[in-house]
Design a protein around this ligand. Structure first.
Ligand code: FAD
Length: 482
């Protein structure tokens, strides 16, 4: 891999590295600055491991004030900054550059306040996604967005990528569950946006900030919605002879007005790998598997599962199994949530993330396998079928440079296919560097110019995560026009 070209580092900044590190130590204290090579090595990549760069230094501030001091200094001295949570981004969003300082928020992970009456929690954004639910679960509450990486990934990264997860079909993604943010702008100014309510007066700056991939400011605190956990939940497995039948069944469930908490899809290669890993009881003689979960009281669950079974019937499911125990339900989800890791045990993979209209599921999956066949590569498909968010995993050997390039090329063709099918370049993993040069497939030059002008308003010198999201050419005009 390596088809995405990165800009050359700023030599003048590199030559001042020692002085910059000394200044940052004075500003934040020596303990908050990592400057040695071994320490910086831990931050050279994220989950898109094909791309790496050793950052100038790594800062681990412990408060909003420290983030503000660091940004003000970097702004004054023209030093690039890449914000970082846990580094699980699959699109290279947290990839540093040699002339950039990484600001990690992992030390800022406290729960500041929980208000059960108004169902909100105020937290520092370095908390892990699962850490929020863990903090409120004894009172019967949870934080809804549940990326499969939730044990490790931070709310900071979730906010920047507008992350989703299996259960977002019913509860929405990050943008639907974050009500307020404290953000430090590149010049060190601290702003508060949104609040504790679903809407706030003025421009929707919260909507702008969520999903902005660390390009407009560094979030330090967030007010999130916490929801009361349902009385119960139960998944069922529906196995089909073809992906088309599974896709049609998903469309029929949604069209019937039923909103399960989750509808997840796996194709045959994914089913086999995940079953070996999790012993979840997935049927092995089917071409496509749906995990459909509903929740409510025992009576509601029974009623919903019965309706879904009837809806599935015309699509001739080869397997229809309803989880009977909490252990079975846990195993079903263990297999799904560990799917990327389980596939990683048998092969390197390039994880794609695109969205398609639900009605096109069958034909798009066929086209994806044609693309992979053309490049002589295997593919496994695991995704959030309820909202059309595909995650084809293109398998390749990372030690074979030519094969890695073919995997990346196949991935780009798959993303183009998503857009030309009426969908979108990213469902939840963001643009990062991975899809940066594909943005023109989705947007016109005018669309991109307007988006870049917004970046320029918040970050006039383009110092915040600058090599991501927007194609490298065409930026100058946008900067001058702003
Ligand atoms: C095995 C696996 C499974 C995954 N499953 C899912 C899934 O189901 N759903 C999903 O949506 N994603 C998934 N992901 C992708 C990834 O976990 C998410 O994008 C996650 O939100 C990244 O969080 P992070 O803390 O690791 O952020 P990082 O990777 O550290 O950073 C991500 C982006 O956030 C920016 N950022 C970090 N901190 C801040 C801040 N304080 N202020 C502003 N910007 C900031 C960074 O600059 C970068 O652009 C998965 C990844 C892996 C490896």
């Amino acid at each position: 891999m390596g088809l995405v070209v990165q800009p050359q580092p700023d030599r003048a900044i590199l030559s001042r590295r020692d002085a910059i590190v000394a200044d940052l130590r004075r500003l934040l204290g020596a303990g908050a600055v990592i400057a040695d090579e071994d320490g910086r090595r831990a931050y050279e990549t994220d989950a898109l491991t094909a791309y790496r760069a050793l950052p100038l230094a790594v800062l681990l501030p412990g408060s909003t004030d420290e983030v503000s001091r660091a940004l003000r200094y970097c702004h004054q001295h023209g030093i690039k900054v890449v914000a970082r949570g846990a580094g699980t981004s699959l699109s290279g969003g947290a990839l540093p550059s040699e002339d950039a300082v990484v600001i990690g928020v992992s030390r800022m992970s406290r729960v500041l306040e929980v208000d059960y009456v108004n169902r909100v929690a105020r937290v520092e954004v370095g908390i892990t996604n699962l850490g929020i639910s863990d903090a409120v679960k004894d009172s019967g509450f949870f934080y809804a967005p549940d990326p499969s990486s939730q044990l490790a990934c931070t709310l900071a990264g979730n906010i920047a990528m507008n992350s989703g997860g299996a259960h977002c079909l019913k509860y929405g993604v990050t943008t639907n569950n974050v009500l307020g943010l404290k953000v430090v702008l590149m010049d060190g100014e601290v702003i508060e946006i949104g609040g504790t309510h679903l809407d706030a007066p003025g421009y929707d700056l919260l909507g702008l900030m969520i999903g902005s991939e660390g390009q407009l400011g560094i979030a330090t605190e967030a007010t999130v919605r916490i929801l009361r956990a349902a009385e119960g939940a139960r998944p069922m497995l529906l196995g089909f002879d073809s992906s088309e039948a599974a896709g049609q069944c998903v469309s029929a469930i949604i069209a019937a007005g039923i909103v399960p908490v989750a509808i997840e899809f796996m194709d045959r290669p994914a089913i086999h790998v995940c079953e070996t890993f999790a012993k979840a009881g997935y049927p092995l003689d089917v071409a496509a598997l749906l995990i459909v979960e509903v929740e409510g009281s025992d009576e509601e669950i029974a009623e919903l599962l019965s309706v879904i079974s009837s809806i599935a019937k015309p699509f001739a499911p080869k397997a229809l199994r309803i989880s009977q125990t909490a252990e079975q339900s846990a195993a079903i989800w263990k297999g799904r949530k560990a799917a990327f890791g389980a596939i990683g045990r048998i092969s390197d993979y390039y994880c794609m993330d695109g969205v398609i209209p639900l009605g096109k599921l069958g034909e798009v999956l066929v086209s994806i396998s044609h693309i992979c066949d053309k490049h002589n590569l295997k593919v496994a498909n695991i995704f959030h079928a309820g909202d059309g968010n595909l995650h084809p995993l293109v398998l390749y050997d990372a030690n074979d440079a030519a094969e890695a390039d073919r995997a990346e090329q196949a991935g780009h063709e798959i993303l183009e296919l998503c857009v030309t099918s009426g969908g979108c370049l990213t469902g939840e993993h963001g643009v990062g560097i991975e899809k940066r040069d594909l943005m023109r497939v989705q947007f016109t030059e005018t669309d991109l110019a307007v988006q870049m002008r917004i970046k320029t308003v918040f970050d006039p010198k383009w110092l915040l995560n600058p090599s991501k999201v927007f194609p490298l050419d065409g930026r100058k005009a946008a900067q001058e026009a702003a």
